[in-house]
Design a binder for this molecule. Structure first.
Ligand code: AMP
Length: 207
């Protein structure tokens, strides 16, 4: 299956992406993770992306779209994928439609994880990740940057709901509750309900 996971920062996309991708036997492709790996590896792409990421802004579409096209061309993504954090703008969504149709492929479903903003702010300020054996806060999870990222989401990414709703691909999932309950709702929306086992091995550091 070819699936997009949509939702604001803190909705649990990273966690659900890992679990759902495993159930679908498809790679979870997270643009945030690819950018962070490039920042750590001090690549050219990482240096370009870091400025935007630190500010809580989106990395420009040209850079992001090229990176995702390369990733989708890798052999493990040919039969299916789960995209986490991409697309994030209408332009990216349109580019994705175009490049998939060029490959004779199409998205099967877009899952939007829905969480109210108060809960998002609470989750993001509590979120920590493990780096070199220490739990640290992601730079872009600091309170000022979090507020800005939520604003960016509202303005630039939330219109994707209407975009995918309009072409009949959108399923909105209540993302409040236990991890395995949310997974179950997502699998049901994918027509694969009743298979939420394995959720307990989720990575608690994923977004
Ligand atoms: P995430 O881990 O998905 O929250 O992404 C972390 C940061 O990476 C975002 O705040 C953006 O700066 C950048 N990023 C990730 N995905 C995209 C995307 N599709 N378009 C633009 N920037 C992105």
């Amino acid at each position: 299956m070819r699936v997009v996971l949509l939702g604001p920062p803190g909705a649990g996309k990273g966690t659900q992406a890992q679990i759902i991708a495993r159930k679908l036997s498809a790679p979870a492709i997270s643009t945030g993770d690819i950018f962070r790996a490039n920042v750590s590896g001090q690549t050219d792409l990482g240096r370009q992306a870091k400025v935007y990421m630190d500010a809580g802004d989106l990395v420009p579409d040209e850079i992001t779209v090229a990176m995702v096209s390369d990733r989708l061309a890798e052999p493990d993504a040919v039969d299916g994928f789960l995209l986490d954090g991409f697309p994030r703008t209408i332009a990216q969504a349109e580019q994705l439609q175009t490049s998939l149709s060029g490959l004779g492929q199409a998205l099967d479903r877009v899952l939007e994880l829905v969480v109210d903003e108060e809960e998002l702010v609470r989750r993001l300020s509590d979120r920590r990740m493990l780096v070199d054996g220490e739990w640290v806060q992601r730079g872009d999870d600091e309170p000022g940057t979090v507020r800005h990222r939520l604003e960016v989401y509202r303005e630039q990414t939330s219109p994707l709901s209407g975009f995918y709703g309009g072409i009949g691909l959108l399923s909105r999932i209540d993302a409040i509750g236990e991890i395995d309950e949310v997974t179950e709702r997502a699998m049901t929306a994918l027509g694969k309900g009743g298979a939420a086992e394995g959720a307990s091995s989720a990575d608690p550091t994923a977004g």
